[in-house]
Design a protein around this ligand. Structure first.
Ligand code: NDP
Ligand code: GUE
Length: 285
């Protein structure tokens, strides 16, 4: 039976570190930290995340600036706001909640965010820096996953790591971070043929697909570390991961639950990135 990785506890520890350093820098250097969160339209799921981010900002001692824009906001209006935030000294980090309404070009918006305020690490400059290991920010979800793996005491070096999913925001950067920690990494996606076989070889399995209960216990090697990034809202309103928890926990050595696993880590790492941004903008470190 697997040990459950407590994402809430690990995220609380990260937030406590951030809160402590924020208070110290405020007292010693008068540093103030601010995060702007922009949301376009009124997708209920997005609202939940944005509210969680706002609460986290309060908890660690940041100012948060929320910009809720109408669904019919034009791309030009959104780009104008991003440019204002780029120049606003109170704002150290900018997060534009994705997905955006279809009439807005997400790439154009991401590219408009000043790379030093890009606390999601989605801007091409920051993506490139991650590739060559010279980053200042790591993308929040993959960075949170790394922290969860670390919390189990697992040494990644030489391990077979399998990532299912190759999105720019989760799968691809996740694979890169595991590689940087000397994992032997395989990336799977919808065209992968022998998925079950590949999964059965995984010492560390990270699943980021977006399909409820897709990975079942028979795909998991005895003793594997299983990280479930998926967030699927079922018809009954319940939140569920990409991994079928009941069968998977019988095989894994460690496993993350949904909710209470990767989700809270994403927000904690966002706080960490925002503090890093503020320090860099103030010339500290
Ligand atoms: N907890 C958190 O903080 C976060 C959670 N999420 C959640 O993680 C999940 C993934 O998100 P995201 O990466 O943005 O999703 P995307 O939809 O962008 O990517 C999904 C990936 O899964 C692959 N895939 C789809 N179906 C299969 C299949 N049958 N077999 C193998 N691979 C498959 C796709 O392959 P292909 O490329 O070939 O299409 C694609 O690479 C979602 O549930 C999302 O809600 C996302 C961000 C943060
Ligand atoms: N620019 C941008 N950056 C993001 O980081 C980003 C985004 N857009 N769009 C959407 C995804 C998703 N995401 C989550 C954040 C917190 C939880 C979270 O707190 N989850 C809780 C439960 C929340 C609930 O109950 O609904 C948990 O898993 O325990 C989940 C998912 C950030 N994302």
């Amino acid at each position: 039976m697997a040990q459950i990785i407590d994402g809430k506890a690990v995220s609380a520890a990260v937030k406590a570190e951030v809160a402590e350093e924020t208070a110290k820098l405020r007292d010693a250097k008068g540093l103030k930290v601010g995060l702007a969160v922009v949301i376009v339209g009124n997708d209920p799921a997005s609202r939940v995340y944005v509210n969680n981010k706002k609460k986290a900002c309060e908890a660690v001692g940041f100012q948060s600036f929320e910009y809720a824009m109408e669904e019919n906001t034009t791309q030009e209006q959104l780009l104008d706001l991003v440019n204002v935030l780029n120049r606003d000294d109170r704002v150290n980090g900018i997060l534009v909640q994705l997905p955006l309404p279809k009439h807005i070009d997400e790439k154009a918006v991401i590219n408009a965010i000043s790379p030093d305020k890009d606390v999601d690490a989605f801007h091409p400059i920051n993506v490139g820096k991650i590739m060559i290991g010279e980053y200042s920010f790591l993308p929040c979800t993959p960075a949170g996953v790394m922290r969860l793996i670390e919390s189990t005491g697992t040494d990644i070096t030489g391990k077979q790591c399998v990532v299912i999913g190759r999105s720019n925001i989760v799968g691809k950067p996740q694979a890169m971070l595991l590689l940087q920690k000397n994992g032997t990494v395989t990336i799977c996606h919808s065209k992968t043929r022998n998925l079950k076989e590949i999964c059965l070889g995984a010492d560390i399995l990270v699943v980021a697909i977006g399909r409820a209960n897709f990975v079942t216990g028979d795909m998991i090697k005895e003793g594997a570390v299983v990280i479930d990034v998926g967030m699927n809202r079922l018809d009954n309103g319940k939140l569920c991961g990409d991994v079928e928890f009941e069968s998977a926990e019988k095989k894994a050595s460690f496993i993350t639950p949904v909710p209470g696993g990767v989700g809270p880590m994403t927000i904690a790492m966002l706080m960490k990135n925002t503090l890093t941004a503020a320090k860099q903008q103030a010339g500290i470190e």
